[in-house]
Design a protein around this ligand. Structure first.
Ligand SMILES: *[C@@H]1O[C@H](CO)[C@@H](O)[C@H](O)[C@H]1NC(C)=O
Length: 390
């Protein structure tokens, strides 16, 4: 029994290795046709725990995030977009290729519980096809891109539009999030949606209902009234959330579009021969004197005027003279106080002792005079005498 279990294990590992690691899913997409691929979380979950379905009987439901890029490139091809609303939601790769070619897309799934990653490879072969000549774009207000991408919803929308166009021959050409077209992020309230643009195309000319969009009456109504009803007999929406906003409908007639101008002819990449190089003549001489006056002389004159003004205020005017007088009297009073203090036969306080010079062992000479040029700190002859005030 145990041997059988280990054999089963070995076989499963081999199968997972063969199909899980090298799985390459191939698609062929015609140019100008809308393409959707749903990144199923269950498939990737199976890669993370290939044996849990066998042993535990069920798969975990891990949150995971998808990242996609073109192989050996940092990003996706410009026509392809990835959307995933929430780590517990499936992702979608969608878009409309515009030119033929082959793209190898790497899809990485990051498991947010175990931090494991797994990779799938998708190979898109885009084949050339004629564009549908008559196209129309509709705005669906009450939808979000992830809600529209599942094929069942795409079919619902297509069925309504087939009735509006009055033809079975209708293909979805493009589906875009309104946020990618300058729409606003809605309030996080019920009944507010991002909105999606759905473009469809057909070989058949527009129906009478659709042609009403081109009438001047329609344009007048849409600028005047904020909410215009779809004209009677043209309202085919079976599910309320799939209803189109009539005023944002646009018809595109590719048969009437003027042909693209021819591409410019590419030359040899070598300049034509054309004589010798003539250096340009030296520029005419310029008179710098006005600049000199403005930048040097004028500020100098202003500085001199300011100096004279200050001198006049300080020396010529009464306030200045009084200030000078004050200055002299304060000076004289200080001298007086000093001489009075010098006459007192009190030993100067300890704090006035000179500093002991540690390098020469000297002390500053004693104070003999009271002239203001001599420092106020008096010298002491005998450092051991009692210097405390008595
Ligand atoms: C589809 O819509 C996107 C976004 O508006 C745009 O960039 C792209 O060119 C469209 N593709 C086609 C084929 O119309």
């Amino acid at each position: 029994m145990a041997g059988c279990g280990s054999w089963l294990f070995f076989l499963t590992v081999c199968v997972v290795f063969l199909f899980g690691a090298n799985a390459e899913i191939k698609f062929t997409i015609p140019v100008g046709k809308f393409f959707t691929y749903e990144l199923m979380r269950e498939t990737f979950q199976n890669d993370f725990e290939p044996l849990s379905r066998i042993y535990a009987g069920h798969l975990y439901n891990d949150p995971m995030i998808f990242k996609c890029n073109k192989q050996n490139f940092p990003d996706l091809p410009e026509w392809l977009r990835l959307t995933q609303r929430h780590p517990y939601d499936n992702g979608f790769l969608y878009g409309t290729p515009t030119s033929p070619g082959k793209h190898t897309i790497e899809v990485y799934a990051y498991n947010k519980r175990s931090y494991e990653t797994t990779r799938h490879i998708l190979v898109f072969k885009v084949v050339a096809e004629k564009m549908l000549p008559y196209q129309a774009e509709f705005f669906i207000k009450l939808r979000e891109i992830e809600k529209v991408l599942p094929s069942s919803v795409q079919d619902e929308i297509k069925q309504d539009l087939q009735k509006l166009w009055d033809t079975e021959d209708l293909e979805i050409v493009n589906i875009t999030n309104a946020l990618d077209r300058g729409g606003r992020v809605p309030l996080p309230l019920a009944g507010h949606y991002e909105g999606v643009f759905v473009k469809v195309g057909s070989e058949q000319y527009f129906s009478n209902c659709l042609l009403r969009v081109l009438t001047p009456e329609h344009q007048r109504q849409c600028t005047a009234v904020s909410r215009v009803k779809i004209p009677g007999g043209c309202n085919f929406c079976s599910v309320p959330s799939n209803c189109i906003t009539w005023c944002k409908t646009e018809l595109i007639d590719l048969t009437k579009q003027e042909p693209v101008p021819p591409a410019p002819t590419v030359g040899l990449g070598i300049l034509e021969e054309g004589g010798d190089f003539n250096p340009p003549e030296s520029p005419p001489s310029r008179d710098y004197f006005p600049d000199y006056i403005v930048t040097v002389i004028v500020p100098l004159i202003i500085a001199i005027i300011l100096c004279l003004l200050l001198a006049y205020i300080m020396f010529g005017r009464r306030e200045g003279v009084i200030q000078l007088y004050h200055h002299y009297t304060i000076h004289g009073n200080t001298d007086d106080l000093r001489s009075m203090a010098g006459n007192r036969s009190v030993t100067p306080p300890l704090s006035t002792l000179p500093m002991f010079n540690s390098r020469t062992g000297e002390r500053a000479p004693p104070l003999h005079s009271d002239s203001p040029s001599i420092p106020l700190i008096a010298a002491q002859h005998d450092p051991y005498s009692d210097t405390l005030p008595r």
